[in-house]
Design a protein around this ligand. Sequence first.
Ligand code: SF4
Length: 376
Amino acid sequence: MTKLSIYIHVPFCRRRCAYCSFVSYAEREADIPAYTRAIAEEIRLRCVDGAEIKTIYFGGGTPSLMPADSLKEIFKAIRTCYQIADGAEVTLEANPGTISLEYLKSIRSVGINRLSLGVQSLDDAELGLLGRIHTAAQAREAINQAREAGFTDLSLDFIYGIPGRKLDDWRKMLDEIVTLGASHLSLYGLTLEEDAPMHHRVKLGELSAPDPDAAASEYELAEEILERASYQQYEISNWSLHGFESRHNLVYWQRTPYLGLGVASHSFLDNRRIANTSSLDEYLSCLSEGKLPPQTVEVISEAVALSEAVILGLRLNEGVSSDDIKAHFSIDLYGHFANEIAECSSLGLLEEQGGRLRLTPRGRLLGNEVFMRFLA
Ligand code: SF4
């Protein structure tokens, strides 16, 4: 039976954060019932016959704005088309400013078994700067509520490289983060796209730009403190306690098929990448008429597939297996990329160990320097 993962994009947010460049809409929560029906319709129209679902991920946006009844309706639609595997990982991203104990219990009862909380910082001034809708106290409370509601698989997101942060403050924050006891942690460096309000403030001179050296120091400190606290890093931005890696995100890095549903979602199916329209109105209007929304489809060439396999594989701490590359592409990894590997190795960014090519700790800091050399 074909194994498949499902990503569902929930594009609603209470308010846009100051650093955000995701596809999300503020003040459109009234559209959630129509969006739920649209997702159910898209599931019906894009049914992949005979597939078994091994992971489901509600990402956003702010999926925790979806009532449990909406999630239930979506699960019902999924079940009319697919069999959900026993023990499937079902994640929902939640904003600490939108949840309550009652809500968390209700979503657990309809099938969410993994919660990913966007905490981002435990400092109120930083949360204000980022334009988050919650305080640090609300984030701590949300973590307690998640535990009380029975979420043993709990992931927390944090941002490093926030302008003005002192390394010692980040050290104290990391010391607190490890005491929170989450099973999974994601740390992302702050990047500001042109359309982000914080980027505008940087341009006006009101705010310093994120400093890459400060971000690198914070990242290295996080690696050290998290490792001491038994968190195993398994990907450039992700750490977990043993056995709690995100099975859904591994699908992306290992290039296994997934179906993306909803506004601006992406799918990887039959060697094609398919992107749905990022217009909420267009999406709702098409599905209400029983038609698929506009999509762009890219057929992945062999050269691009190889490049993706190497770049995505290098994101993982275990690296890329030369045997896997041989099996999938009938090429010798070390021969085909001899120049790129030699150059990155001489810069101390790549190393080979036990038939696997992987980033060194320095390579993880400068991942893009390595990845650009492997682009098709
Ligand atoms: S909650 Fe996430 S998606 Fe929504 S505005 Fe903030 S950063 Fe963007």
